[in-house]
Design a protein around this ligand. Structure first.
Ligand SMILES: Cc1cc2nc3c(=O)[nH]c(=O)nc-3n(C[C@H](O)[C@H](O)[C@H](O)COP(=O)(O)O)c2cc1C
Length: 191
């Protein structure tokens, strides 16, 4: 079996956004593991328009959507890094996710929530789990809430807080467990 492909979705497009710092951190920690390939899927770079119809119902896909679909379809698992806005996930993330459906099926999804406050965006994380289930994917039980992101991570996505390093280890271990389990089951289907 080749390396597992686990892209990281950057769920914030805000000017001056902080979420990419955490996305870079987890992407690097994933890619450092043997047997994992990981890169960033940055919604700010895709710049999808408001969803008019799912990709599979359209013959005029917006720029980037077919490539985004192929990246999700080719993934063994996903990490979504979401900011918390007004106790939820941002509309731009939901808009992007809603363009696709079969691409997510039976894939484990790890959610990292990012907030400027002391609670780590747990409301956004909990709500996004419901959405992930509706997409046919499997939110993993591990949580990864990031508090006070403006001071806990630098621009390069590094942190001096050992608790985040520990959380990342546990989070990736768990994501990998589900990724391996589901890949083994999928291999049975493909004979
Ligand atoms: C519209 C808006 C609403 C927000 N609501 C919350 C919130 O409910 N709880 C919270 O902890 N932080 C909230 N924040 C702060 C964000 O969590 C903060 O900006 C953080 O850096 C992550 O988002 P970013 O990637 O846009 O920077 C809000 C920010 C914005 C722009």
């Amino acid at each position: 079996m080749g390396a597992f492909n686990i892209p990281v979705i950057v769920g914030s497009t805000r000017r001056g956004r902080q979420t990419p710092k955490v996305a870079r951190f987890i992407q690097r920690r994933l890619a450092e593991r043997d047997g994992i390939e990981s890169d960033l899927l940055d919604l700010a770079q895709y710049d999808f328009p408001i969803m008019e119809e799912r990709l599979r119902q359209r013959d005029d896909p917006p720029p980037g959507l077919t490539e985004f679909s192929e990246r999700i379809a080719g993934a063994d698992a996903l990490v979504i890094v979401t900011p918390e806005y007004n106790s939820g996930y941002p509309g731009v993330l939901k808009n992007a996710l809603d363009h696709l459906l079969p691409e997510y099926r039976r894939k484990p999804v790890g959610i990292i929530s990012v907030s400027a406050g002391p609670w780590g965006g747990l409301s956004a994380l909990t709500q996004l789990r419901q959405v992930v289930l509706s997409l046919g994917a499997l939110p993993i039980p591990a949580k990864f809430p990031v508090r006070q992101v403006q001071s806990s991570f630098d621009e390069e996505g590094e942190t001096e807080d050992p608790a985040y390093e520990k959380s990342a280890e546990r989070f990736i271990d768990e994501l990998l467990w589900y990724t391996e389990a589901l890949a083994a089951r999928r291999a049975l289907d493909s004979g």
